[in-house]
Design a protein around this ligand. Structure first.
Ligand code: ATP
Ligand code: MG
Length: 313
């Protein structure tokens, strides 16, 4: 269990340049959960994340990770065990690669925490394969890899520490759609199959809807809402006021509703939920049942009665 109790944080505390980035943050993250943290740029997401592994210490309040309590008074040496338990993948982690070879880079972390060279390299190999880096790249300098490959190597470096909690700060920023999907599926598998607790910062509301089981909404250093994705996305007006988007399926459902085609008892947040809600709708016009629900364009055109699709009802 991870718990934030009234956490406040000031950059450059006790100087004339002090600026408060977090205000009375209360957060609870259950073991094995998948939590998303969303909020506008500058809202404090990365600042909050750095409290999860003791890189930053609260100016007031306490962060509890398992049996370790971090306050403004904590000593760095007492915080160190938290670094092994909580692996943080920062924004653009590939900038942190430094070793001569891919394998050495990934083996560095476990060695730094006391593992023998052979054991560290064994786990490094395992994690590299897991993130989809082929054997023939192991002896190459990391800087010769593509951007997406470097990102994977950096993530393998975090996984090699065998953390229980994986913290991801916009991990798919700048990746192409295929690489994005592969990476999101990797995190989902780590969560589903290996029981890792995942904490994800993202601007992508579809990722929130598709993967997370709980969401915290941050604005100007304060938590302004929290709940399951389904609860959060039932409040489109509230989200719009705070300049936050919606999943595609929810946006689409709202469009349908605005045109009087459907009323949704509950707004769907994933494609699957959208299709299910439409299938079960009692006022489904006849030709709709023949629409191929797997084809996004046909579905959209058909449901909205646009682009020449005939309406028979
Ligand atoms: N090292 C620093 N020194 C002083 N102020 C900082 C520092 N890092 C961040 N801040 C300030 O703290 C606030 C929160 O920044 P943070 O980086 O946590 O936001 P964020 O939600 O991660 O934004 P983004 O979505 O752009 O990554 C901002 O006002 C920012 O200017
Ligand atoms: Mg950030």
């Amino acid at each position: 269990m991870i718990k934030f109790d009234k956490v406040n944080f000031e950059y450059q505390a006790k100087t004339p340049f002090a600026s408060q980035a977090l205000f009375d943050i209360d957060v609870e993250i259950a073991d094995g959960s998948y939590t998303a943290l969303i909020g506008h740029t500058g809202s404090g997401k990365s600042t909050l994340l750095q409290h999860l592994n003791g890189l930053l210490q609260p100016t007031a309040g306490a962060v509890t990770v398992g049996d370790i309590v971090i306050t403004s008074e904590s000593r760095q040496k007492n915080i160190k065990p938290v670094r092994k338990r909580v692996g943080v993948v920062f924004q653009f982690p590939e900038t942190q690669l430094f070793d001569e070879t891919v394998l050495k880079d990934v083996a560095f972390g476990p060695q730094n925490f006391g593992a023998a060279k052979e054991a560290a390299e064994k786990i490094a190999r395992e994690k590299l394969l897991q993130v989809g880096i082929a054997e023939e790249l192991f002896e190459r300098p990391p800087f010769e890899l593509s951007g997406g490959q470097m990102r994977r190597v950096a993530i393998a470096g975090i996984l090699a520490m065998e953390p229980q909690v994986l913290v991801l700060d916009e991990p798919t920023a700048g990746l192409d759609p295929k690489a994005r999907l592969e990476m999101m599926q990797l995190f989902r598998d780590l969560h589903d199959e290996q029981g890792l607790t995942v904490i994800l910062v993202t601007h992508n509301m579809d990722d929130v809807a598709n993967y997370a089981d709980f969401v915290y909404l941050l604005e100007k250093g304060r938590i302004i809402d929290f709940g399951t994705p389904s609860q959060i996305f039932q409040k489109p007006d509230f989200l719009a006021e705070h300049q936050l988007g919606l999943p595609k399926a929810t946006e689409f459902a709202l469009k349908l509703q605005a045109r009087g085609r459907f009323t949704f008892e509950r707004l769907p947040i994933t494609r699957l939920e959208l299709v299910e809600a439409i299938r079960q709708s009692s006022n489904l016009p006849k030709h709709f049942s023949q629409l191929k629900l797997s084809d996004e364009n046909t579905l959209e055109a058909g449901l909205l009665g646009e682009r020449g699709t005939k309406e028979t009802n």
